[in-house]
Design a protein around this ligand. Sequence first.
Ligand code: ATP
Ligand code: MG
Length: 637
Amino acid sequence: MTPEKFLDLLDSEQQEAVINSTGKVLVIAGPGSGKTRVITYKIAYLIRSGIKPHEIMLVTFTKAAAREMIQRAKNVSHSTLDGITAGTFHHICNIFLRKYGKTININPNFTILDSEDAKDIMESARSEIVPKSERKHIPSAKQLLTINSYMNNTLCSLRESIAKLNPKFLEAEHIIEQILIKYSAEKNEQNALDYDDLLINTLHILSTDSYIRKRESTKLKWILVDEFQDTNIVQYKIAELLSETHGNLMVVGDDAQSIYSFRGARFENVVEFQKNARIFKIQTNYRSSQELVNFINEMLPAKSVPKKLKAIRKTGIKPFLVEVFDHYDEADFVANEILNFHTEGINLNEIAVLYRAHSHSLELQLALSKLGIPFRIFSGLRFTETAHVKDVLAFLKTTVNPKEKVSWLRVLKLLNGIGKIKANRISNKIIGSETPYQTLTQIKEKSDDFSKLKKIYQDSLKLENPGDRIKKFYEIFYNEHLEYTYDNYRERKEDLERLIEMASFYRSTEEFLTDVLVSESFEITNSNLEQLEYDEKVTLTTVHQAKGLEWKVVFIISVNPGDFPHIMSLRDGNIDEEERLFYVAITRAKDYLYIIYSAGGSSRILYGNDYILRCGKSFIDKIPFHLVEHIEYKVRR
Ligand code: ATP
Ligand code: MG
């Protein structure tokens, strides 16, 4: 292919957007219409027109997306693209501050705090400012970080941010302010920046230092931003300031796919940008089959700019609307379908399962493991890798194998008043004994928790069923431990309630552990599927993380009121964003789309939420039945 030939790989609308766009440009178009492709080809086009790589900046939503787009642009432009700036806003600001941070007294060797580090610092700031007796009335470290972050990303005042997120803490505004000041001082002291600091400080320098602004914006002749609907006001301003000299700022996005408002993203940016930008619209959808596009067109979220996509691919099959009995059936159904696709020769990398929250995938993870189907989870842990599930499994292991020291240590270290050394001494005593559980009851420790532990073993060893065993551990000790230890204890409790339920279907603890541990060691053991390619895996991901991506086969699971739309959004009346999220989900599929729901609604919802369950809006009610294939899968009824 001669270099300029690559333009033939675009349709006329896309070509327009690539060739005839200078100045402020907005490409607004529906899912799968080639927005990302336009930006990618625009880079190639600019290079072929003589622009140098270091004069271009590409902003994407993830690092991986930037890598992929650059690779593609390299291939079509026949250029190395060395020197191009590409990555997320955070990445770009990081580079900027290494260079210019010193002008506002940021040492160029600063370290970046991940969210765990930030939480530690916030925690200590909080305990320093607030006496123990009063901490109940102050937001937790995690909540403080959320407030701080909201304030930074929206440029709202502290008061507005508290009012928006946790109005009940408005009275504590003054103390919160002091904690945040302390938090900042501590970060300064450590020469460390959190994620928001990267953005805020970059904006600060660009808006106050006209020399630096001039210098950078003169160097950068073109700025291109993908997924513009999910940028926040700070990022938007940074992009504007960096394009000040040349004025070439091209952004692409889809208002109907704006799904990050909880992080301060505002699709109002699109509206504002529109006012003095040249607008390009693309109408053709290249991703999905005709039948899927028919369905997608009917599912446009409320309050979006009206759009009707035209499918380029003429044939296909209707999306499947699958009614299952409950989420165990759901897991079985999906795992078996995946197996069928594999048998038919479809690569597992072409298959994804999407859900609203990671905890919705627990049953599926187990079902996939049982069938030997390898899977990867996007930015989430396998549930057997999460701390709380590991704790419970460690306890269970000690009930079947009292010689396993690692598990004893893990359990003992959970107890108040038992540190590493004591835990080691106690576990040695237990595993060295002929009658380990009896030895445990004879050990004398002052700790209340230790007495509880004795009771747990006394009670639970009499029980055969693994679910009942976990329940004892959970009710006598672990429940309270969770509340005391984690801010997000509610989600963790929910996980454990699922685990208890799952375990209760097994006759013996050994059997249950074997199944769960198979899933744990899955990476090492070989799959029993035939002819798997290297690294061939099904993708499990939240819808949020699936943005911009596509697969041949997509399953959306647990489309039940309370699960998806999520209970929090139902409670807060934030249903619009859930609708956009569902829209993002259905538009990821190229050929096969499965939307799965339980006949009786969600069985995951905790007690006390009956009302929401009954009144909650279901996406299923919105689905035009003539555009889908309805199937039932109810084995367990
Ligand atoms: P999203 O809104 O989900 O981010 P998008 O608008 O960015 O979607 P792309 O990911 O760029 O869409 O394109 C969707 C699919 O269609 C990709 O596989 C892309 O390669 C293909 N595609 C886009 N335009 C064309 C074209 N002109 N010819 C052939 N294939 C195309
Ligand atoms: Mg895209």
